[in-house]
Design a protein around this ligand. Sequence first.
Ligand SMILES: Nc1ncnc2c1ncn2[C@@H]1O[C@H](COP(=O)(O)OP(=O)(O)OP(=O)(O)O)[C@@H](O)[C@H]1O
Ligand SMILES: O=P(O)(O)OC[C@H]1O[C@H](OP(=O)(O)OP(=O)(O)O)[C@H](O)[C@@H]1O
Length: 222
Amino acid sequence: MTDNTSDQLTFAIPKGRILDEALPVMARAGVVPEDGFHDKGNRSLSFATSRADMRLIRVRAFDVATFVAHGAAQIGIVGSDVIEEFDYADLYAPVDLDIGHCRLSVAMVDGDTGDAQSMSHLRVATKYPNLTRRHFERQGIQAECVKLNGAMELAPSLGLARRIVDLVSTGRTLAENGLVETDRIVDISARLIVNRAALKTDPRVGELVSAFRNAIEQKAAA
Ligand SMILES: Nc1ncnc2c1ncn2[C@@H]1O[C@H](COP(=O)(O)OP(=O)(O)OP(=O)(O)O)[C@@H](O)[C@H]1O
Ligand SMILES: O=P(O)(O)OC[C@H]1O[C@H](OP(=O)(O)OP(=O)(O)O)[C@H](O)[C@@H]1O
């Protein structure tokens, strides 16, 4: 990682549901995307901001962590689910942004009488194989993970897996697909993440961390 001071800073944000909640926090921290960012028809992935020395990139949630961990972006916003799933040594998550609240949970078909505790081996459909394996290991169960990228809720009724591990907020998606939550693995919220090397070499990264901390304190005090 080279000294980035003379370069543009790259700020990575997920393109989906966290975005609407993240934009006001970013604005309070002095990061406002150019007008074209809000244009639904715009296919660009990189956008200017109110700061001449910073651009935004809009990528998939899991890729935010990858860009920042490898130093391709110096800073980003992502759910703690993604941070914990990857567990990148080069990522530092200094600020809980108090947005994107949900939980990672285990679910099964409503009425499934099989008790996971009595099984030594269990097939689980999930986007989070590492967190899933760790959770079941703690219970002495070896989880065989089937990696899906969405629509996990279909897996139990179609016989792909006995359990799913997925994000739950209102619980509506589980209920509407005939599933019930059996265990809450961890509570999730979105975090500001930075590349550790960039934090050491570029003072602007530390200043941004402070600006986001202040933005969260302001919101809490309001
Ligand atoms: N039901 C939910 N309620 C609240 N937050 C959620 C919920 N589902 C997901 N999240 C949070 O939002 C993140 C996904 O963010 P977002 O939808 O902005 O990304 P994305 O790039 O569209 O994701 P994907 O790669 O799945 O398309 C998750 O990692 C999680 O932290
Ligand atoms: O408990 P609820 O409020 O119903 O929310 C849970 C749903 O939200 C997430 O999916 P999302 O809507 O982000 O779509 P995705 O399946 O494309 O990831 C998650 O994967 C669940 O399917």
